[in-house]
Design a protein around this ligand. Structure first.
Ligand code: C2E
Ligand code: MG
Ligand code: MG
Ligand code: MG
Length: 274
């Protein structure tokens, strides 16, 4: 009779997985030193107001310039930073750096910063936000924090309180990647989001897939009913943008309007010069 496989067998017998584990543990090791040796930098992607066709906000996106492996995507290293707890100091650095850079932009431009659920729970986010605004001189109403649905998975009451306190400062709270995660519409009722960003998978498919289109229009209706602005992410084609213009979508973001880039490269866009 065959012996039941154990997880240790799986690791031993699967060279691909073993290489993956090795790669991850190397990255985790290297991540420890990345902050102190200035290997992180930020790119910014514009969010365009569909009423005025000007930039209203820029989203800060973290990049890791690894000394050997080159630039590594946040999709690859953020999960490792979350598991190791390094996301807390890294996330603090992102918040400070993003606000410092944004404080030099025209006053009507806001900055959006992604906050991992792990960071939101394990850092003192309220204190971090106050300290960052004080240190950089950025007005609270120029800061947006982007949270994902994983904020609902753990310590819901505590997260709700933290959100409410931060929001009372005038900081906007945004639900990122809406529609793909742990969705409970009931949470939207009790959590005070200012904006929701429709996940880019729905925007990508909405012109060819009637179901994706239905979901997009349902989110628009929901957002409107709950006094939340709706943002479309991942807009890549003129046809997608044109379709969004016929809805109540307030804001669009995507490669069509601008790829993530150093802030200095965005100055030519409408709205960025005052
Ligand atoms: P996100 O917050 O949803 O950011 C948008 C992602 O979609 C970015 O990828 C952006 O480059 C990409 N994107 C924007 N427009 C388009 C488009 O038109 N087409 C396509 N195909 N992609 C588009 P990026 O920079 O690789 O970031 C991936 C994710 O990593 C982010 O998704 C966010 O969840 C996370 N992330 C990035 N920076 C940070 C950070 O500072 N802190 C935390 N906690 N997470 C971060
Ligand atoms: Mg985001
Ligand atoms: Mg997003
Ligand atoms: Mg996303």
């Amino acid at each position: 009779e065959a012996r039941r496989l154990q997880s240790s067998d799986w690791v031993r017998f699967n060279p691909v997985m073993q290489a993956d584990i090795q790669h991850r543990s190397e990255l985790e090791h290297d991540l420890q030193r990345a902050l102190e040796t200035n290997q992180f930098f930020l790119e910014f992607q514009p969010l365009i107001c569909l009423k005025t066709n000007t930039v209203e906000c820029v989203e800060a996106l973290l990049r890791w310039q690894h000394p050997v492996k080159g630039v590594i995507s946040p999709n690859e290293f953020i999960p490792i930073a979350e598991e190791s707890g390094l996301i807390v100091p890294i996330g603090r650095w992102v918040l400070l750096e993003a606000c410092a850079q944004a404080s030099r932009l025209p006053e009507h431009i806001r900055v959006a910063v992604n906050i991992s659920a792990v960071q939101f729970l394990h850092d003192d986010m309220y204190a971090a936000v106050i300290q960052t605004l004080f240190q950089t001189g950025l007005a609270a109403n120029r800061l947006e924090l982007e949270l994902t649905e994983s904020i609902f998975l753990d310590a819901v009451q505590r997260n709700l309180e933290t959100m409410s306190k931060i929001r009372a400062l005038g900081v906007k709270i945004v639900m990122d990647d809406f529609g793909i995660g742990f969705s409970s519409l009931n949470y939207l009722r009790s959590f005070p989001f200012d904006r929701i960003k429709i996940d880019r998978s729905f925007i990508r498919d909405m012109l060819n897939d009637p179901q994706a289109e239905s979901i997009v229009s349902a989110i628009m209706t929901l957002g409107h009913a709950m006094s939340m602005e709706v943002v479309a992410e991942g807009v890549e084609t003129a046809a997608q943008l044109d379709m969004l213009r016929h809805t109540s979508c307030s804001t669009a973001q995507g490669f069509l309007m601008g790829r993530p880039a150093p802030l200095a490269d965005l100055t030519a866009l409408p709205g960025m010069n005052g």
